[in-house]
Design a protein around this ligand. Structure first.
Ligand code: ARG
Length: 458
């Protein structure tokens, strides 16, 4: 089949070579963005008088037909037309005749593909921001129900100090808030128009780049034509933001996996987000959380893949850059899917507050309370730490916990201990008293939830 660029060739490539170089199998994902970009381009060509109003109107009507066909999945793409841009152009010519060939005036596939990618990521970034907010909302709702649900906070995966379960969930809310900010921040750089940069050097036609940018809703244009067609930073940034997001999701995923194990028993996942085993009838597996933990790897891989493609690449366009797409599409699919799954999983999970409570009563996570108690009565904290360390050791030897010691035993360790020590050892008191800014004290958690609610509403 004759190529749109076939003029200087005497021989056509074999089909398998064409197939290797073609991107249509994946860049058809850009069909709507490509048509949108062409619409703006042709309108600009008409406004500047480069094309007549009639020519532009014919081209536009052809593009609208293609748009409708695309919506109905009626377009038949072919590998011999290589990519989405040339497939659509040849379909346009088939639809409206040779005038369709005027669409590409003052434009190159290099600024065209860059424009498509900006439009695509702009839409997807908005979608991702909305999905992050939905997951934050799920965390917030769950947290609101569990301000006074106490469970062990860990360091080194060893029980450390009791915390409010809501406080723990809210930690993820704030991580997601930063992720959202990162996507919002990078939106500025995505929302720039490369259209009109031509192949690399601009064009001899009196085009109006500002106009086509405005028609596409871009807030500015690239200053430099070489940069415009070579820049893929905006995709790297999206992949980097996505990697950070997945890193956060995988940490929550890991905790969910731990929490629903028999060893922790802190939560139960809804059946809708769990799977069974083909052999072990008793199994209820947290597959979705595991899968998201696993998918984090492919998102990191996509980031590193693109960084490596771009490393050392000379200006301007090189075919290497066609490799920017699959990882980006895959990342969009992975992060949007993961966010939706997590939103559902969090809203439906059951919190086993009795098990959680048990975990903070039969352990030493209240030891810091004792040290703080002595320190607040004037003993240097370092000495208090030592006194309590001995008490913990004594308990371990007697196979009991701190609250099981008698007042005499406490007082023989330090004369500062009084009857109110038992109150201080209560995990509920321990949490309630951690009222420093951003701490787990109930008043702090309530305030954080209220603040987070207003943030989400705005
Ligand atoms: N399919 C190509 C890509 O995605 C479009 C740009 C092609 N430009 C070129 N000069 N071969 O990168």
């Amino acid at each position: 089949m004759k190529k749109l660029w076939g003029g200087r060739f005497t021989k056509t490539a074999e089909e398998w070579v064409d197939e290797f170089g073609a991107s249509i199998s994946f860049d058809q994902e850009l069909v709507m963005e490509d048509i949108e970009g062409s619409m703006a381009h042709v309108q600009m060509l008409a406004s500047t008088g480069i094309l007549s109003q009639e020519e532009a109107a014919t081209i536009k009507s052809g593009l609208i037909k293609l748009q409708q066909k695309a919506e109905n999945h009626e377009l038949q793409f072919s590998v011999s037309n290589e990519d989405i841009h040339m497939n659509l152009e040849s379909m346009l010519i088939a639809e409206i005749g040779p005038v369709g060939g005027k669409l590409h005036t003052g434009r190159s596939r290099n600024d065209q593909v860059a424009t498509d990618m900006h439009l695509y990521l702009r839409n997807r970034t908005e979608e991702v921001i909305a999905l992050i907010a939905e997951m934050q909302n799920a965390l917030l709702q769950k947290a609101s129900d569990h301000v006074e649900t106490i469970f062990p906070g860990y360091t080194h995966l060893q029980r450390a100090q009791p915390v409010s379960f809501a406080h723990h969930l809210m930690a993820y809310f704030w991580m997601l808030e930063r992720d959202k900010e990162r996507f919002k921040e990078s939106f500025k750089r995505i929302n720039k128009s490369p259209l009109g940069a031509g192949a690399l050097a601009g064009t001899t036609f009196p085009i109006d780049r500002e106009l086509s940018a405005e028609l596409l809703g871009f807030s500015s244009i690239y200053e430099n034509s070489l940069d415009a067609v070579s820049d893929r930073d905006f995709i790297v940034e999206f992949l980097s933001n996505s990697s950070m997001l997945m890193m956060h999701l995988s940490r929550l995923g890991e905790e969910i996996i731990l929490w629903c194990s028999r060893e922790f028993q802190f939560i139960e996942l809804d059946d809708a987000f769990s799977t069974g085993s083909s052999i072990m009838p008793q199994k209820k597996n947290p597959d979705m959380a595991e899968l998201i933990r696993g998918k984090t790897g492919r998102v990191y891989g996509n980031l590193f893949g693109l960084l490596t493609v771009l490393k050392g690449l000379p200006l301007a366009y090189n075919k290497d850059m066609q490799e920017d797409k699959e990882g980006m599409f895959d990342t969009v699919k992975t992060i949007t899917g993961s966010l939706k799954i997590f939103t559902g999983m969090i809203s439906t999970l059951k919190v086993k507050s009795t098990e959680m409570k048990k975990a903070v009563t039969s352990d030493f996570s209240n030891a810091t309370e004792l040290a703080d108690y002595l320190a607040s009565k004037g003993m240097p904290f370092r000495d208090a730490h030592e006194v309590v360390g001995h008490l913990v050791l004594a308990c371990i030897q007697k196979d009991c916990y701190l609250a099981d010691l008698t007042l005499d035993e406490f007082q023989s360790a330090s004369g500062l201990f009084e009857e109110d020590i038992y109150k201080a050892l209560d995990p509920y008191t321990a949490v309630a008293r951690r009222n420093s800014a951003g701490g787990t004290g109930f008043a702090q958690v309530e305030a954080a939830i209220a603040k987070a609610k207003t943030l989400l509403e705005n």
